[in-house]
Design a protein around this ligand. Structure first.
Ligand code: MN
Length: 228
């Protein structure tokens, strides 16, 4: 076993419904504008242009059950998304085989410092400052394919303080899960532990400290996330 010159960072691991073993996270890929109504609300053409992805860090995934309002922003937005967890990977995965690599699915939030993301977009800079901050991706328990099958339709809903802000259906994704896996695998070597956030339906908007987000995806349960 290797000895490290400094203390090694912990492996990020997520709980899995029904089993005691956890899911170790390797990488987090996030698709942008994957629901037409959300693309339109962000000022873009919803036509099916090639997908694009950004990344969050493994340790941005957060199972604390609370969202910690981040520094340096006064416009933090909620984005409810389905997370797809991979148990294997590879390069140039065919769409027809893509779902064989899926371990399970979970509720997730792609929390966004929209003001900082807006500056980055305008100046052609990377998005990490708006997207990849500490605890920026509250995530629920993983439901395995063995438990729930492959999830490709079902109501997606996010409420803030009891009021519905985002709603849609997983079947409205422009790029479906097998297409995302196949596309990503042309550019990156995917592997066990990779997580893909599959995009958010319309209705993104700001939250403030003291708010409570209640999110649900049909088949994947519900989660309540206070903003602290
Ligand atoms: Mn997103």
């Amino acid at each position: 076993m290797a000895e490290y010159a400094i203390q090694a960072p912990p492996i990020v691991a997520l709980p899995v419904a029904g089993i005691e073993k956890q899911f170790p996270v390797r990488r987090v890929y996030c698709i942008g504008r994957n629901y037409a109504a959300h693309a339109i609300e962000m000022g873009h053409d919803p036509d099916r242009e090639p997908p694009f992805f950004f990344q969050k860090n493994a340790n941005n995934l957060d199972i604390s059950g609370e969202f910690l309002y981040p520094p340096k922003s006064s416009d933090v937005h909620h984005e409810i998304e389905m997370a797809v967890m991979l148990k294997s990977g590879g390069k140039n995965i065919a769409q027809a085989q893509a779902l064989e690599h899926v371990f399970g699915y979970a509720l997730c939030l792609d929390m966004t410092r929209r003001d900082l993301q807006g500056v980055a977009k305008k100046s052609g800079r990377p998005w990490e400052i708006g997207k990849a901050f500490e605890r920026s991706a509250p995530v629920g328990v993983i439901h395995t394919v063995d438990e729930v099958g492959h999830v490709d339709q079902g109501r997606v809903e996010l409420k803030v303080n009891g009021e519905i802000k985002q709603e849609g259906d997983l079947n409205q994704m422009i790029w479906k899960v097998p297409e995302m896996i196949a596309y990503l695998s042309e550019y990156f070597e995917l592997d066990a532990g990779d997580v893909i956030l599959s995009g958010t339906p319309a209705g993104v908007g700001p939250i403030v400290k003291g708010d409570t987000m209640a999110v649900s995806i049909e088949g994947l349960g519900a989660m309540t996330v206070p903003v602290v």
